[in-house]
Design a protein around this ligand. Structure first.
Ligand code: F6R
Ligand code: MN
Length: 205
């Protein structure tokens, strides 16, 4: 099976007038949310062409279509004024020297921002704008990383354990994956003598 997106709680059809205040618990031991509305599981096969070392990618995928990351969300009406929130879990590992990472995306409504709060693990938030600015913000437990509007973002796990983050973003933001799938990010993070190192992406278009 390729990636899957499971809508867990379909009874909560998200109409503006149906939404009620709610509280949820994040379980960092079992790595889940209480009553998630969706669970996304992304595997190696959904990242074709994204990793620099294509030989290592091909060798790995021949053995197993490894799960790279998972996302649990609490869904709300996808309209301005509401906020979607959830838990992202990027597993530890590498393809060649490059750490496991999310696909990364711009928001379809480009000017919408996002907040990530790191609960566990060690990572980087890699970001870039269509104008050519880039930034890699380090993520450690209890650090918050702000992704401003216009900035594409990708989470990268540079540690040896799961990278757990709470995220919150405007419910009308939408996701544009196509630009990153085609162009890649300008910068990559690889392991160099046991440490993360930011390098130029030679395949960036
Ligand atoms: C939502 C958001 C996160 C990501 C998650 C997985 O706007 O940025 O919830 O969706 O970190 O990454 P992608 O969506 O790039 O596969
Ligand atoms: Mn986002």
């Amino acid at each position: 099976m390729k990636d899957f997106v499971q809508t867990v709680n379909s009874t909560m059809k998200k109409e503006k007038n149906k939404i009620k205040p709610f509280t949820f618990k994040i379980d960092i031991v079992n790595k889940t949310l209480s009553n998630p509305d969706s669970h996304i599981v992304r595997k190696l096969s959904s990242m074709k062409g994204q990793y620099l070392d294509e030989t290592s990618y091909d060798e790995m995928i021949k053995k197993e279509d490894t799960v790279l990351y998972e996302v649990y969300e609490k869904l709300v009406p996808e309209m301005e004024g509401e906020l979607i929130q959830g838990l992202s879990i990027v597993h530890p590992g590498k393809v060649g020297k490059e750490y496991f990472m999310t696909k990364g995306h711009f928001h379809s409504v480009l000017e919408t921002a996002e907040l990530y709060f790191c609960l566990k693990g060690h990572g980087y938030m890699m970001m870039e704008t269509p104008e050519g600015d880039w930034s890699a913000e380090e993520l450690l437990p209890y650090t918050a990383s702000y992704v401003p509007g216009r900035w594409a973002h990708r989470s990268i796990n540079v540690g040896n354990e799961d990278l757990l983050m709470l995220f919150v973003y405007p419910a009308h933001a939408g996701h544009n994956y196509a630009t990153i799938e085609t162009k890649g990010f300008r910068k990559l993070i690889i392991e160099d003598n046991g440490n993360p190192k930011i390098i130029d992406n030679p395949k960036w278009k």
